[in-house]
Design a protein around this ligand. Structure first.
Ligand code: ADE
Length: 250
């Protein structure tokens, strides 16, 4: 997978991309990341990348020309609809980025991410350049850079060969629409707090059942909204019914 990241602040990425799983994925050739400074595609002595909004009001808006020029140069676009690489504009108005979307993006060979800044980005970038617009949650960041890092991280760990244990991503929270069960490691007793007996039993099938139930219990307690869309077996549903789910209709 190749990521092209378009930003006015390429230095923000240095720490995140040089560490841990992302760094190892780069070294092993599973991913490559190219940073593109939008300012480098701005014209004139001052390389201006933003301007006041038409119609007045506060704040500045990112100009369309440097962004179009940067993407056209890097992706070799010939016209406005010629990209087979998803061009994703990061913005709080976008489609919500979820684990399912991460899996969808992981199918591509290349992704282009445009990090918006300031008050916003000229609407023509959204209309005639981006093929998708994505938000990482219902809050406003100072720009799309952190959102782009989130997407790079979540997509990278799904790529074949990136994690040592290929089953790890199947166990992740959200992988099957549920939150993950709790984890414990040694010691079996810590400050008089014991690890659940079941996990010490060595009965693998029973442990798997216990984990599934804890996963269901936890999802019901913390994110009941996820249960409606989760893939639930008849046994899961019977367990949830005992816990009072679904709640009676009002
Ligand atoms: N830019 C500002 N806020 C954002 C968000 N929530 N998601 C993606 N990009 C953003």
């Amino acid at each position: 997978m190749h990521f092209d990241i378009f930003t006015l602040f390429p230095d923000m990425f240095a720490g995140v991309l040089a560490d841990s799983i992302i760094m190892r994925a780069k070294e092993a050739g599973h991913i490559s990341i190219a940073m593109h400074d939008i300012r480098g595609y701005a014209q004139g002595k001052h390389q201006v990348t933003d301007d006041a909004p038409y119609g007045g009001g506060g704040g500045m808006v990112m100009k369309p020309e440097p962004i179009f020029r940067a993407l056209e140069a890097v992706l070799g676009l010939e016209n406005e609809t010629s990209s087979c690489t998803p061009i994703i504009l990061l913005s709080p108005q976008g489609r919500l980025f979820t684990q399912a979307v991460a899996r969808e993006l992981a199918q591509h060979k290349r992704l282009a991410l445009i990090c918006g800044r300031y008050e916003g980005v000229d609407e023509r970038v959204r209309q005639f350049l981006a093929t998708d617009e994505m938000s990482i949650g219902d809050y406003v960041l100072s720009g799309g850079e952190i959102a782009a890092m989130v997407i790079v991280d979540a997509v990278t760990r799904l790529l074949p060969g990136v994690l040592g244990d290929p089953a790890a991503t199947e166990r992740d929270s959200h992988a099957d629409g549920l939150l993950e069960h709790p984890h414990y490691t040694r010691p079996a007793e810590f400050r008089s707090h014991a690890v659940p007996e079941m996990l010490l039993s060595g009965h693998h099938a029973e442990i798997a059942r216990w984990r599934r139930r804890e996963s269901l219990r936890r999802t019901l307690e913390r994110r009941p909204d996820l249960l409606a869309r989760a893939d639930l077996s008849p046994e899961d549903k019977a367990f949830l019914r005992k816990l009072g789910w679904p709640p009676p209709e009002v």
